[in-house]
Design a protein around this ligand. Structure first.
Ligand SMILES: NC(=O)c1ccc[n+]([C@@H]2O[C@H](COP(=O)([O-])OP(=O)(O)OC[C@H]3O[C@@H](n4cnc5c(N)ncnc54)[C@H](O)[C@@H]3O)[C@@H](O)[C@H]2O)c1
Length: 258
């Protein structure tokens, strides 16, 4: 069993996570709650969202997470969820832009409507969540924003161009916004997973050949878990990551080209 760090600075810290019901985001909610943070999260998946809250309470979390059901393609709903979390717990000082959807699609069949939808679910909300949360961080005097990207485009995966192109822009967003908010003591970083063996990945996309190919590319010859991926997110959210901003951290078991 891994023995992970405990971050005293995360105790009572107000954290907002997008897509926190399942997968990497679900684990993230549980881990932040386990560190004593006050966590609000938005997700489409109502049942999974309620289960995540129940799991945190069952594990003895000091603060029950606040789950807000909603679709973050609707920017007003996203902004309302951020405002509600701030009212419920106090000013948000950690934002993790995590939600995304990696459905496969062929480049030749992408319509303008589907393109817009891929960008709405994979990129647009990250910018507007930042826009909504920064006034709260400014009031608090500090903040940490962590944008979840993907290393898929770096290794040239080509079975979901709308996803991969949107994910590549997460780094541009991160680096630009880090300059904008540096004077406010607000840090902005990106964390890029390689292949993380979440339930959805295993159910929808796993194949023996796919896993063998990943193991060939990775330096570590084993699956990377959401729990170990999220250690980087916790570090960046905590005071321990206090000098890190405008960076992209790849957590992929040594799969990618960086
Ligand atoms: N798992 C991997 O191997 C992997 C690899 C590269 C990047 N990533 C990135 O990591 C992050 C988490 O991925 P994951 O594998 O945990 O995904 P996942 O699909 O397991 O979980 C995503 C969560 O976001 C929610 N969500 C999706 N669309 C939403 C919407 N419109 N409104 C509200 N909630 C919505 C889902 O309901 C789900 O709870 C994503 O940014 C993804 O791009 C994951």
């Amino acid at each position: 069993m891994p023995d992970y760090a405990r971050y005293p600075s995360l105790e009572d810290r107000v954290v907002f996570i997008t897509g926190g019901a399942a997968g990497i985001g679900g684990d993230m909610v549980r881990q932040f709650a386990g560190q004593g943070a006050k966590v609000g999260f938005i997700d489409l998946a109502e049942e999974a969202g309620r289960e995540t809250v129940a799991a945190c309470i069952a594990a003895g979390a000091a603060h029950a997470p606040l789950f807000i059901a909603g679709d973050l393609r609707d920017i007003d709903a996203l902004k309302a969820a951020i405002a509600e979390t701030g009212r419920h717990f106090g000013d948000i000082t950690v934002l993790v832009n995590n939600a995304a959807n990696d459905d496969r699609h062929d480049w030749s069949e992408v319509t303008p409507e589907y393109w817009d939808d891929r960008f709405a679910v994979n990129l647009r909300h990250q910018f507007f969540a930042i826009q909504a949360v920064v006034p709260q961080m400014r009031r608090a005097g500090f903040g940490s924003i962590v944008n979840i990207g993907s290393s898929c485009w770096m290794i040239k995966e080509d079975f979901f161009p709308g996803y991969a192109i949107a994910k590549s822009a997460v780094q541009g967003l991160t680096h630009t916004m880090a300059r904008t908010f540096g004077p406010d003591n607000i840090r902005v970083n990106a964390v890029l997973p390689g292949w993380v063996a979440t339930e959805r990945q295993l159910q929808k996309w796993w194949s023996p050949e796919g896993e063998a190919g990943t193991m060939e590319m990775q330096c570590l010859k084993r699956r990377i878990t959401a729990e170990e991926f999220n250690q980087m997110v916790l570090f960046l959210a905590a005071d321990d990551g206090g000098a890190c901003t405008a960076q992209s951290f790849v957590v992929d078991g040594g799969r990618g080209p960086l």
